[in-house]
Write a protein that binds this ligand. Structure first.
Ligand code: CAA
Length: 380
């Protein structure tokens, strides 16, 4: 597949127009003031972008994963902080409810999440369960008609603004991942405590915080999937999440590339544009080649995810994330180099792109974790 279908091209154009007109102009200011883009999230929801693959019967836009990643790249071209807010709601919250929820759960939770009336967060990571996600220590105990949750989650994107949380807790921590359960949690419940906002290197206008669950009662009806099957849900959810982060990384990379080309054309040194030098030309060529490669992998993973054999998508999702996130860092670094001292200044957008790119090789699985997933699919 080398060309996007017409319906996806239309979504791409819609996202591009909105991103460049409405999101890009304020991105620097939001980054500097660390302002959460609440109004933009509302506008994205009105466009159907907060529940893109959720079928219309549950209030979503009913689009393909390919349309989702293409739109997300455009949003992240303008501002990766807005993009991750959208990505978490789509990939990590709507998707697991859609794929693993009961009919009643889908009807209860998806319309609000897809319409933007509610925002979602995803609580898996713990102080001692980052890359080793199976080491979940947040405890779940069944008590009558509810599970009682106690524990701490960290680095939770969207948490300070979320009304819904897809969260994980363990019935038997000594059995590691085999005791993990997935829950849909109402964030207004007593015992759902949001900690301080994290100060981050990049994506500063997205909101990240710790969560603590203190005797948090989650109704039995809110168990997502079967008891003790939560880890598989977490992993399958992250497959889709990783294509979302690949799209985010592509948006950052493409913006860095476009700024680098513009600067290389107009910046004069030694009587000619710096782009007339091979040192710059090679950087531009390498950036372009890596972006195109990573984009094709991302589209392929998205098509696989919607295909009949979606279980085979895992390693393609990891390949897409690995390639795109490393590309984002490469391109942001080269764009900064091409800008010289200007690139190091907060006045220039490449400085923000350089910081925003850095998270993409870390969250939703580091590059090292992606390599584990990829190599296991070949070596077992
Ligand atoms: N889909 C469904 N099930 C899967 C799966 C997948 N993609 N991958 C694994 N599983 C299942 C396995 O089949 C196995 O099931 P059984 O017990 O029934 O046999 C079970 O999960 C355990 O699998 P593994 O033995 O492979 O598990 P592991 O302990 O070796 O861990 C890992 C594998 C890939 C390293 C995993 O721990 C991992 O992905 N770690 C990274 C965690 C991560 O990405 N965290 C991101 C946090 S969220 C975030 O970052 C959001 C944000 O801020 C924006």
């Amino acid at each position: 597949m080398f060309e996007l279908p017409d319906d996806v091209l239309q979504i791409q154009q819609l996202a591009r127009d909105f991103a460049r007109k409405e999101i890009l102009p304020g991105a620097q200011a939001r980054d500097h003031s660390h302002t959460f883009p609440a109004a933009l999230v509302t506008q994205l929801a009105e466009m159907g972008f907060m529940g893109m693959v959720v079928p219309e019967q549950y209030g979503g836009a009913g689009m393909s994963t390919l349309a989702y990643v293409v739109a997300l790249e455009e949003i992240c071209y303008a501002d990766a902080s807005v993009g991750v807010t959208m990505s978490v709601n789509n990939s990590l919250v709507c998707w697991p409810i859609l794929a693993h929820g009961t009919e009643a759960q889908k009807q209860t939770w998806l319309p609000d999440l897809a319409s933007g009336r509610k925002l979602g967060c995803y609580a898996l990571t713990e102080p001692d369960a980052g890359s080793d996600a199976g080491a979940q220590r947040t405890k779940a105990v069944l008590d009558g008609d509810a599970y009682v949750l106690n524990g701490t989650k960290i680095w939770i994107t969207n948490a300070p603004y979320a009304q819904v949380c897809v969260g994980y807790a363990n019935l038997a921590p000594e059995e590691r991942h085999k005791g993990v359960c997935a829950f849909i949690i109402d964030a207004s419940s007593r015992g759902f405590n949001v900690g301080k906002l994290e100060e981050k290197l990049g994506i500063t206008s997205s909101a990240t915080s710790e969560l603590s669950f203190e005797n948090l009662r989650v109704p039995r009806d809110n168990l997502l999937g079967a008891e003790r099957r939560g880890f598989g849900i977490a992993m399958a959810t992250l497959d889709g999440g990783r294509i979302g982060i690949a799209a985010q990384a592509l948006g950052i990379a493409q913006r860095a590339f476009d700024l680098a080309v513009a600067h290389a054309r107009q910046r004069m040194a030694f009587g000619k544009p710096i782009g007339a030098n091979q040192a710059i030309q090679w950087m531009i060529a390498d950036m372009a080649t890596r972006i195109e490669s990573a984009r094709l992998l991302t589209w392929r993973a998205a098509v696989f995810k919607d295909g009949a054999d979606a279980t085979r998508a895992s390693h393609y999702c990891s390949m897409a994330k690995l390639a795109a996130s490393e590309t984002a860092n490469f391109c942001a670094d080269k764009a900064l180099q091409i800008h010289g001292g200007y690139g190091y200044s907060k006045e220039y957008e490449v400085e923000r792109l350089f910081r925003d790119a850095r998270i993409t090789t870390l969250y939703e699985g580091t590059s090292e974790i992606q390599r584990i997933v990829i190599s296991r699919s070949y070596l077992g």
